[in-house]
Design a protein. Structure first.
Ligand SMILES: *[C@@H]1O[C@H](CO)[C@@H](O)[C@H](O)[C@H]1NC(C)=O
Ligand SMILES: *[C@@H]1O[C@H](CO)[C@@H](O)[C@H](O)[C@H]1NC(C)=O
Ligand SMILES: *[C@@H]1O[C@H](CO)[C@@H](O)[C@H](O)[C@H]1NC(C)=O
Ligand SMILES: *[C@@H]1O[C@H](CO)[C@@H](O)[C@H](O)[C@H]1NC(C)=O
Ligand SMILES: *[C@@H]1O[C@H](CO)[C@@H](O)[C@H](O)[C@H]1NC(C)=O
Ligand SMILES: *[C@@H]1O[C@H](CO)[C@@H](O)[C@H](O)[C@H]1NC(C)=O
Ligand SMILES: *[C@@H]1O[C@H](CO)[C@@H](O)[C@H](O)[C@H]1NC(C)=O
Ligand SMILES: *[C@@H]1O[C@H](CO)[C@@H](O)[C@H](O)[C@H]1NC(C)=O
Length: 731
């Protein structure tokens, strides 16, 4: 009897137990169904003949109830069924961060009342967050970059007094003031509210969160001053306030943050001096760029033993940099450009052999480039342009193997470029214009095979120009004007090369070239394009014509060919000059005589000018009004025909192209000619920058030109264009 009853009890117990078990199994199998699209076999163990506690990602408590679901970063896709998940009575951790989940986060999430850890961040959810005010046991809440938007239920945070980590950043929330609910969460040590539309001031009560180790409020729209009470957060290791609209000074009290290692308040409107930073001796990274900070860089920075990254560019700092700056730790980079700093370049920033970037552009540094950097094998960027540096470039620097930019422009640096530049295999850009560099260019320059840009203009280089520079396959810009080179241009020197774009499907060996190469003290433009220009100029001495687009529109009936008119626009036919252009006498073959006014047109073929200014635009508008007015006047008085001269006739231009150039390439030649014409504008300001030229060349895409050989023998320039055998001419 007693045996029977006990076995009955056992039976009952088992059936209740397995009933609950099968509920949890059902919940998880339902969850799996909603994650069907997942391109992963992480859920392969989630099948009914396995015990739920053996499912991948599931942890059970001692009573075999599901306690944790940890499936972050598993390439999951699909939706989360919270009404189902929150039936798991013992669930205290739900972690689905870094997946590709979508759909809304439903209000049933609020039923997961035992949760201590919730991570739904870095997914593709949509809609707004539901209230989660019942989740009062939460200690870790990671919802950053979830994909949700709208208004966050800040009030839900009020009861979460156990929160240690709160991460709600990277959300396109509706703009909101700093949420006061957060200020009561005194156990927080991690607060991430960057990039989530906060606006207005940072409340002084932030000082209540004395446990904070990391505080990130960057990329919001925060205004006002950094509160002094931030100085109470003396456990802070990381403080990120960059990209806001903060004003005022670095607050007194900042000095109390002696554990700070990462400090970034860049891109704000801060002013005042760096005195408070003097005490932050454990700093590893200090980023204060793009503010209005002034005064000197505190000498103490030279003794910071852990400092590896220092970025202070675009401020108004004065005085010298500490001599021992960057000499203690594995220093990585310095950027103090665009200040008013003086004195020498600190010599020991690459002492540990780890430095990658030395950027000190646009200051008032003096003295020589320290020889120590010649050993800095890790250096990738060396930029000290626009200073007052003197002396020579220490030889080894030219040949550093990882350097991809040397920029020493606009200093008073002298001496040669040494042969070891041949070792600079990564060097793509050399900007050395406006110095006192001299000597011959070493042939070895052509071994620096990564070169894209070389600018040595306005120096005192002399001697022959290395013919082998043509070997530099990636070179697209070479500026050498205002030097003292002598001898002739190497006949094989194809100055500018660029790879053809893929679309043209021609051999990689195909080179195209161009423009604006100047040699010697005289600015001599040597290129295929300039050749055409010179040829054109033989016919046409009027500089104003070079600026024009090529299009002609008769307003009135006109019996004349474009060629007749254009050919007459030359000096000897000039009969008058006006504010807006010159007037030429044109004798047509029909015997008719015309007066043709060529109107200056300051618009340069839709060419976008970098940094174009309003006055220029205004002037353009003025010109066109002037033109219309002029047309009115001329029409009403005595000129019979008013011709608007705008050259755009392909036929006309084609006639300028060298007849030896095969027909199929003439269109390309015209494109290049257009660019050349722009490049040779009499007024330097009207010439496009090299960047624009390269851009235009890319658009012009003269890929069919295979080889152009230019010889410089008096006026007779010779051009050879060979068809690439590999081109299928129909392609
Ligand atoms: C879930 O929460 C809703 C209210 O949000 C409540 O009506 C419902 O009964 C809860 N369900 C469970 C299983 O607790
Ligand atoms: C963002 O959330 C992830 C989890 O999804 C977390 O690991 C990470 O630390 C959070 N980032 C920040 C800055 O809090
Ligand atoms: C800011 O948040 C948006 C989501 O709202 C995200 O797409 C973007 O990458 C974030 N910006 C940064 C710099 O992390
Ligand atoms: C920042 O806030 C100001 C008002 O204080 C607003 O005019 C501006 O559009 C906001 N900027 C952004 C990026 O939200
Ligand atoms: C900084 O610390 C000093 C001494 O510990 C203290 O007197 C001062 O009030 C602190 N400043 C702030 C702003 O917390
Ligand atoms: C820095 O600014 C503070 C506050 O304006 C001022 O008291 C202090 O004298 C300044 N320090 C230096 C070195 O100029
Ligand atoms: C220093 O800067 C480099 C380059 O931006 C970065 O990769 C590195 O993580 C930075 N180190 C620290 C400690 O911030
Ligand atoms: C260019 O120079 C080479 C020798 O360096 C010579 O063989 C070739 O004929 C020259 N070409 C022209 C067009 O002068």
């Amino acid at each position: 009897m007693s045996l029977a009853s006990s076995s009955l009890c056992l039976f009952l117990f088992l059936s209740i137990f397995s009933c609950i078990k099968s509920d949890e199994l059902q919940v998880l199998l339902t969850l799996k169904t909603a994650l069907q699209g997942s391109n992963t076999d992480v859920l392969a163990s989630w099948v009914s003949n396995n015990h739920v506690c053996d499912f991948t990602g599931i942890t059970c408590n001692s009573d075999n109830f599901v306690k944790e679901i940890e499936l972050s970063n598993q390439q999951l896709t699909g939706t989360l069924l919270f009404d189902s998940i929150c039936q798991l009575q013992s669930l205290d951790k739900l972690s689905f961060g870094f997946n590709s989940l979508y759909g809304t986060i439903s209000k049933e999430l609020n039923n997961c009342t035992k949760l201590q850890y919730l991570d739904l961040g870095n997914n593709g959810f949509s809609g707004s967050f539901p209230s989660i005010s019942s989740l009062s046991e939460l200690r870790y809440l990671y919802l950053n970059n979830s994909g949700c938007s709208g208004v966050f239920p800040w009030a839900s945070l009020e009861k979460m007094t156990n929160l240690i980590s709160l991460s709600l950043g990277d959300h396109n929330f509706s703009p909101t003031p700093f949420p006061v609910e957060v200020l009561k969460l005194t156990k927080l040590n991690w607060l991430y509210l960057s990039n989530c539309s906060l606006q207005g001031p940072i409340p002084a009560e932030i000082g209540n969160l004395g446990g904070l180790i990391s505080l990130e409020l960057s990329a919001n729209n925060l205004t006002g001053e950094i509160p002094t009470d931030i100085g109470k957060l003396n456990k802070l290791w990381q403080l990120e306030l960059y990209q806001n609209r903060l004003t005022g000074q670095l607050p007194v009290g900042l000095r109390n943050l002696t554990n700070l290692q990462l400090f970034d308040v860049s891109t704000n409107f801060l002013e005042g001096n760096l005195s408070e930073v003097r005490f932050l001796t454990k700093l590893v990274s200090l980023q204060l760029f793009e503010n209005q900070l002034s005064g000197e860089v505190p000498a103490e920075l030279g003794q910071f033993k852990k400092l590896v990254n220092l970025s202070l560019y675009s401020n108004q700092l004065t005085g010298p940099l500490p001599k021992e700056l960057g000499s203690w730790a594995d220093f990585d980079f310095i950027d103090v450009s665009e200040n008013f700093l003086t004195g020498p370049i600190p010599p020991d920033m690459c002492k540990k052999g780890t430095m990658k970037g030395l950027l000190m552009l646009q200051n008032k540094f003096t003295g020589e480039i320290p020889a120590s950097y010649a050993n800095c094998l890790t250096l990738e960027r060396f930029r000290v342009s626009k200073n007052s540096l003197t002396g020579t470039v220490p030889a080894g620097i030219w040949g550093l193997p990882n350097l991809n930019i040397i920029d020493i422009e606009l200093n008073q640096i002298e001496g040669p470029i040494t042969k070891d530049i041949g070792n600079a295999k990564a060097l793509a850009q050399l900007y050395a214009a406006n110095n006192r560099l001299s000597g011959e260019l070493p042939e070895e320059i052509s071994e620096a095979s990564s070169f894209v840009t070389i600018d040595l203009s306005n120096n005192q280089f002399s001697g022959k120009f290395p013919a082998s520079i043509g070997d530099l396959k990636h070179l697209s810009t070479l500026k050498l004007q205002n030097n003292m080179f002598s001898g002739s241009i190497p006949n094989q020197t194809i100055i500018f090369f660029k790879r053809c774009s893929q679309k043209s499907k021609i051999s990689k060996d195909v080179l195209t070239l161009i423009i604006c190469f100047a040699l010697g003290t005289v600015i001599l433009l040597v290129s295929f394009a300039c050749f055409f220009y010179l040829k054109k100029r033989e016919k046409d001495h009027d500089p104003s014509l070079k600026e024009e687009s090529w299009n002609m529109k008769p307003f009135r009936e006109l019996v004349a060919s474009e060629d007749e008119i254009i050919d007459s626009i030359k000096q000897e036919n000039l009969i008058g000059k006006g504010g807006s252009g010159n007037v030429y006498k044109v004798m047509l073959s029909s015997g008719k005589e015309l007066a043709v006014k060529h109107i200056w047109n300051s618009d340069t073929n839709g060419l976008k000018r970098a940094r174009s200014t309003t006055p220029i635009l205004g002037k353009r508008g003025g010109k066109s009004q002037e033109f219309e007015a002029e047309v009115q006047t001329l029409s009403s008085i005595r000129h019979v025909n008013v011709v608007k001269l705008n050259f755009n006739s392909k036929k006309r231009v084609l006639s300028l192209v060298d007849s030896r150039i095969p027909e199929v390439f003439k269109e390309d030649a015209v494109e290049i000619l257009r660019i050349a014409v722009l490049c040779t504008a009499r007024q330097p300001v009207k010439r496009p920058t090299m960047r624009i030229v390269v851009q235009m060349l890319e658009e012009a895409d003269p890929c069919k030109l295979v080889r152009i050989v230019i010889s410089k023998d008096g006026t007779a320039k010779k051009i050879e264009v060979k068809e690439n055998e590999k081109i299928n001419s129909s392609a």
